[in-house]
Design a protein around this ligand. Structure first.
Ligand code: PMP
Length: 417
C-alpha cells in the first residue's frame, strides 16, 4: 500500500520519540502533545501571561488579545464565529453547561425557550458516554421531564428509523454522540438534526470523538449545541469548548455565575453579558486556550485530507488485527462498514483487564473497562471491553505489535484450551 502522508510526524511528539519502544493506542481517551503545542503554551506563559478581560494594563491587553485570538482559531476550526465558542473545562463540562442552564431556565431564571415541565422529553441513545447521559438524568429529575433513549442492537448501533419514531411533539432535546467512543460508529448527524428541527427540538452533539479527526462545520450539520475537548486533539487538558448558535447561547442561563460574566450587579440582581463571557465565570484557562489553538493549527497544517487518509489506513489495520485473531471479537459496526479509528474487542475466556495488563507488559497501551458507557456494555452482554485507538502519530508498526501480542493472549491465560 502507498505510504501514509503522516509517517514522519512522530519526531515532533516528545513523549513518543523518547520511548520508541512503547506503543500508544489510547488516543480516544487522551492524545499526546506535539512540541509545537507545548512550545506555544510555554512561550505564552513566559512572555505574555496575565489576567484577561480585567483592567487596562499592557500586560492584560496582550494576554487578552492572545486569549481571544485562540478563541477565533478554535472557532474557525469548527466553522464557527468566535462568539459561538464558550471555553469550558472539557466536553463533560460543556454538556453540563447546557443541561444545567436548562435546569435554571426551568426554575424561571430566564431563557424561557429552555424551560422544561412535566411531560417534556429529552431523547438520547443507549450508546452514550456517561457525560451525555448523567447530566440529562439530573435535568429530568429536577424538572419532572422524562428521559427517553433509542435502543442499540447487539453491535451497539442504533437506527435512524428508531430515533425518528421516538421524536415527538414533547421532545425538547435530542442529544447524541457524533462518534461512539466504544464502537467507533458514526452517527448521521445532519439527518438527526433535521428530524429534531421538524419537531421543534434542540440538538446537542457530543463531538468529542469527531472534532479531533475530521473537518467539521456545526452550522452545516444543523445542530444547535456541540461539545468537544482539547486534550483529545493534541491540546492541553483543563479546557474544552461548548459551541452553540449565538441566539441560543445569549439566552441560555449561565449555570455558573460570578466575576467576568456580568454587565451590572446590584445587591438584588445581576445583568449578564452576552455569550461567550456570560458562561466563563472566574479566572479563565488562558494558557490552555493558547495551547488549544496551537493544537487546532497543528491539525490544520497536517490537513484534514491527510489525517483522514492516514486514519482510514490505521483503522483498516486495527480491524484486521482484531478480526484475524482467533477467539477475539470486534465490537461495533461489522467489518467493511465505516467506523472511526478505534477498535474495541472482547477476548474469549480472558477478562478485558487481564488483556490490558498482558498488553501493557508488552509496552502496548490500550484502554480497558466500560469506557464510561455502562448501559452500552450491558447491552453488549459484557462488563468490559479492551479498546485500541489510533491517531495522527500511530504507525502500521504500532498496530503490528498489537496484532502479534493479541495472537498470544489466549494461550498465555490458558483460554485456548
Ligand atoms: N463523550 C465521549 C464520546 C468521549 O469519548 C469522552 C471522553 N472519553 C467524553 C464525552 C468526555 O470527554 P472529557 O473527559 O474530555 O470531558
Amino acid at each position: 500500500p502507498a505510504a501514509s502522508p503522516l509517517v514522519d510526524i512522530r519526531a515532533g511528539f516528545p513523549l513518543l520519540s523518547a520511548h520508541p519502544e512503547r506503543v500508544y493506542l489510547d488516543s480516544a481517551a487522551t492524545s499526546q502533545r506535539p512540541q509545537a503545542v507545548i512550545d506555544a503554551e510555554t512561550a505564552f506563559i513566559r512572555d505574555s501571561y496575565a489576567a484577561v478581560h480585567r483592567g487596562s494594563s499592557i500586560a492584560t491587553g496582550d494576554a487578552t488579545t492572545a486569549f481571544e485570538a485562540a478563541r477565533e482559531t478554535v472557532a474557525t476550526f469548527v466553522g464557527a464565529a468566535p462568539a459561538e465558542i464558550v471555553w469550558t473545562e472539557n466536553a463533560t463540562d460543556a454538556l453540563n453547561v447546557v443541561a444545567l442552564g436548562m435546569s435554571d431556565a426551568s426554575l424561571g431564571l430566564g431563557g424561557d425557550r429552555f424551560a422544561l415541565e412535566a411531560g417534556d422529553e429529552i431523547l438520547i441513545t443507549e450508546a452514550e458516554h456517561h457525560a451525555n447521559l448523567i447530566p440529562w438524568q439530573r435535568l429530568v429529575a429536577r424538572t419532572g421531564a422524562t428521559l427517553r433513549w433509542v435502543p442499540v442492537d447487539e453491535h451497539g448501533e442504533w437506527s435512524i428509523d428508531d430515533l425518528a419514531a421516538a421524536v415527538g411533539s414533547r421532545t425538547r432535546v435530542v442529544a447524541f454522540a457524533h462518534v461512539s467512543n466504544v464502537t467507533g460508529s458514526i452517527a448521521p448527524v445532519a439527518d438527526v438534526a433535521a428530524i429534531a428541527r421538524r419537531a421543534g427540538a434542540l440538538t446537542v452533539l457530543d463531538a468529542c470523538q469527531s472534532v479531533p479527526h475530521q473537518s467539521i462545520d456545526f452550522h452545516a450539520l444543523g445542530v444547535d449545541f456541540a461539545a468537544f475537548s482539547s486534550h483529545k486533539m493534541l491540546g492541553p487538558t483543563g479546557i474544552g469548548a461548548l459551541w452553540g448558535r449565538t441566539e441560543l447561547l445569549d439566552e441560555l442561563p449561565p449555570a455558573r455565575t460570578g466575576g467576568s460574566t456580568i454587565t451590572t450587579v446590584t445587591m438584588e440582581k445581576t445583568e449578564f453579558l452576552p455569550a461567550p463571557q456570560r458562561f466563563e465565570a472566574g479566572t479563565q484557562p488562558v494558557s490552555q486556550a493558547v495551547g488549544f489553538a496551537a493544537a487546532a493549527d497543528f491539525l490544520t497544517e497536517l490537513g484534514h485530507d491527510a489525517i483522514l487518509e492516514h486514519e482510514e489506513r490505521m483503522t483498516e489495520l486495527l480491524v484486521d488485527a482484531v478480526v484475524s485473531t482467533p477467539g477475539v471479537t470486534l465490537v461495533g459496526p461489522r467489518p467493511g462498514r465505516r467506523r472511526a479509528s478505534l477498535a474495541s474487542f472482547i477476548v474469549d475466556g480472558v477478562h478485558a483487564h487481564d488483556v490490558g495488563q498482558f498488553l501493557d507488559d508488552r509496552g502496548i497501551t490500550v484502554r480497558t473497562g466500560h469506557h464510561c458507557a455502562q448501559p452500552l456494555h450491558r447491552r453488549l452482554g459484557v462488563a468490559a471491553t479492551a479498546r485500541a485507538s489510533a491517531y495522527v502519530y500511530t504507525t502500521a508498526d504500532d498496530v503490528e505489535q498489537l496484532r502479534l501480542a493479541l495472537a498470544e493472549v489466549r494461550a498465555f491465560f490458558g483460554a485456548d484450551r
